[in-house]
Design a protein around this ligand. Structure first.
Ligand code: ADP
Length: 274
């Protein structure tokens, strides 16, 4: 277009470029974050926070500096999994994240509430505003990987995360029920529409292993293999329903988890970001 200065903020024209204008926001000046991965799911309760936590732990075990931004504002589970009971502090630089026993930096709305079981009854824009604050005002410092535990679904907040934060890619978590598989496609399609590469799919609660005979039972059937074939997206992991993992998440010691289900997923994320 003739006469275009390229600066949409001072231009009154509705030429169409404005719609394409990037909504990416910069993070704080003290932050140097190399890679940012969103962990998303089509619906709640499939284990998205558990996958975020175990993936972050695996990356940290590889020697990387890792952070988790808990953007699941109405259902925050990350502090519980890591046994974080402290409240967020602030200094002249910004909001200080908590540090887990192995040095993973975490921020979550639960660290800001008087009582961690108080419900967050806020409207979408307020919630999205808090995610923005976590992105811009938290002093993350140097991080190799920041994982963002997105709220489930394709609503306001995941959309904000996709638009505002310069993501390298997304990991999609699903459980193998037909209904969930259908909904997971919505999350994959949303990422595609926003031009966010989907790094892979983690099928959680994939099977149960009998502790006596070692036989594996697929409780919910299958599903993710078909989605992966259909979409060409890699299957990163099939994580079983694991009693030890459930216990460790409940006890806030997910960092002690010894299952190796996330090794391939962490390798793939690492390769993807190279
Ligand atoms: P979401 O973030 O999708 O809502 P969560 O990660 O909070 O789901 O998981 C919901 C519950 O299921 C938690 O209590 C968690 O400990 C448990 N859970 C998740 N994945 C597993 C698993 N593979 N084995 C055992 N328990 C699991």
């Amino acid at each position: 277009m003739s006469g275009c200065s390229g600066n949409c903020s001072t231009c009154s024209s509705n030429c169409g470029s404005k719609e394409k204008e990037s909504l990416i926001e910069p993070t704080g000046e003290f932050n140097n974050i190399k890679h940012i991965i969103a962990v998303v799911s089509g619906k709640g309760g499939v284990g998205k926070s558990t996958v975020t936590s175990t993936l972050a732990v695996e990356m940290s075990r590889k020697g990387y500096k890792v952070g988790i931004l808990d953007a699941d504002i109405t259902g925050p589970s990350i502090p519980k999994a890591f046994g974080i009971k402290t409240k967020a502090m602030q200094n002249e630089l910004g909001i200080l994240p908590a540090e887990t026993k192995t040095g993973i930096k975490v921020i979550s709305v639960n660290m800001m509430l008087e009582q961690s079981d108080a419900p967050v009854i806020w409207r979408g824009p307020v919630i999205a505003g808090l995610v923005k604050q976590f992105w811009q005002e938290v002093v993350w410092g140097d991080l190799d990987y920041l994982f963002i535990d997105c709220p489930p679904g394709t609503g306001d907040v995941p959309l904000t995360v996709f638009q505002m934060i310069p993501l390298d890619g997304a990991v999609v978590v699903t459980s193998p029920q037909d209904l969930v598989s259908l909904i997971v496609k919505k999350a994959v399609n949303m990422a595609n529409m926003m031009n966010i590469p989907v790094i892979g799919i983690v099928e959680n609660m994939s099977y149960v292993k009998c502790p006596d005979c070692g036989k594996e039972f697929s409780v919910f059937g299958g599903g993710s293999d078909d989605i992966c074939k259909e979409t060409g997206i890699p299957l990163l992991a099939k994580m079983p329903i694991d009693i030890e993992l459930a216990k460790q998440v409940d006890m806030g010691v997910v960092e002690l988890f010894e299952g190796n289900f996330m090794i391939k997923a962490s390798d793939t994320v690492e390769d993807f970001c190279k």
